[in-house]
Design a protein around this ligand. Structure first.
Ligand SMILES: Cc1ncc(C[n+]2csc(CCOP(=O)(O)OP(=O)(O)O)c2C)c(N)n1
Length: 349
């Protein structure tokens, strides 16, 4: 019987580029995108809890069903989407709002979808985990890691059509243990597709810590297993995400194939609204990790942001968000007689 010895592990990941910060106007745009996203989620949070009582009944209220909010993870979406246009595709996970906002999904129709209204992106049939906006090639799914394979399809189509578009596939670190994640990395590498894979490592998959679900310290190491570059951005740093994405997007656009970016980020609120988070020892200090005031502080220190600019950014965000919420609330609910429309049903009644 012969035995083989595995070679010692080699360093497998590229270090994120130690780039200079983006130009001032870009940093302000990154800040504004993050503020718009947070303002949006604060409004959805407010509206979601209306009429859920007494107690908390997830099926009640004007937005029934589960709600997964992304507060804290805004640097990932802002830094990546700053390099994209509406000709590029984004496939987001069940926690999609920050990517939808950053990629320019129609805010009114997205909000109407979340409220289950006929004017929604999916005529109110899909809800907050199923937002589809073909105008900007955006989609998301409640089935974790299932945004990865469709991103390959979009990238393949863009290449065949010669549009110059690329696809960005986003998932959480928990979902990076799903087969669809690994199959997608393999095929995208094999076919050298213009894809950027993004993993948001918020350290928790519902109540499961990443150390209990994931065999490697960084998903960037897994990229090496498929022969593609992988980087991990630490500290939820939007400037560093922007720099890493610049490299990965340029590589995809140049026809040099896919890359993977993992970002160490933070889920500031529950896995879903109503989650008491008793499993989370660090809960008391999570608010200190809020990336938006941290970035504001950094921009102030660099002389990029002042009170007046921040106020106008926040006012603009509130105006856009409240306009979208009003549009949604003023929209009709779907006609109950049409419950069988757009679904496979043996009998239409
Ligand atoms: C295929 C599949 N299995 C299980 C679930 C249930 N589920 C919903 S979210 C989630 C955890 C996801 O964790 P992660 O990928 O880290 O994303 P996060 O929620 O932290 O953003 C699970 C297991 C699902 N939606 N899809």
């Amino acid at each position: 019987m012969s035995t083989t010895t595995n070679p010692p592990p080699q360093p497998t990941t590229d270090e994120p580029p130690a780039a200079a910060p983006p130009p001032d106007e870009v940093r302000l745009e990154l800040f504004e995108t993050m503020v718009r996203s947070r303002t949006y989620e604060e409004a959805i949070l407010r509206e979601y809890h209306v009429d859920k009582g007494p107690g908390f009944d997830i099926g009640k209220g004007q937005i029934p069903g589960e709600m997964h909010l992304s507060a804290g993870q805004e640097p990932v979406a802002a830094g990546i989407c700053a390099h994209l246009t509406s000709d590029d595709a984004v496939t987001a996970p069940h926690r999609p709002h920050h990517f939808a906002v950053a990629h320019g999904v129609d805010l009114r129709r997205m909000t109407a979808e979340i409220f289950g209204r006929e004017t929604g992106l999916g005529r109110g049939r899909g809800g907050h985990m199923h937002l589809f906006d073909p105008a900007v090639h955006f989609s998301c799914s409640g089935i974790i890691a299932e945004g990865y394979p469709p991103a390959l399809g979009a990238a393949f189509a863009f290449r065949r059509k010669g549009t110059g578009g690329i696809a960005v596939a986003v998932t959480g670190e928990g979902a990076a243990n799903q087969g669809a994640f690994h199959e997608s990395l393999n095929l995208a590498a094999l076919w050298q597709l213009p894809v950027v894979f993004v993993v948001e490592d918020n350290e928790w998959g519902i109540s499961v810590p990443r150390t209990a679900s994931t065999s490697v310290a960084s998903n960037a190491e897994r990229a090496a297993g498929y022969g593609i570059p992988g980087v991990r951005v630490e500290d939820n740093d939007v400037d560093a995400v922007h720099a890493a994405a610049e490299t990965a997007v340029a590589r995809a656009r140049a026809g040099d194939g896919p890359s993977l970016i993992e970002v160490a980020t933070v889920r500031m609120w529950g896995h879903f609204e109503g989650d008491a988070q008793g499993y989370r020892p660090e809960l008391a200090s999570v608010a200190d990790l809020d990336p938006i005031p941290r970035y504001a502080e950094r921009l102030r220190g660099a002389g990029v942001l002042d009170d007046a600019t921040e106020e106008s950014i926040r006012a603009r965000a509130s105006e856009q968000v409240e306009d979208a919420v009003t549009f949604a609330k003023d929209s009709p609910i779907p006609d109950p007689a049409e419950v069988h429309r757009y679904v496979f049903a043996e009998e239409q009644s």
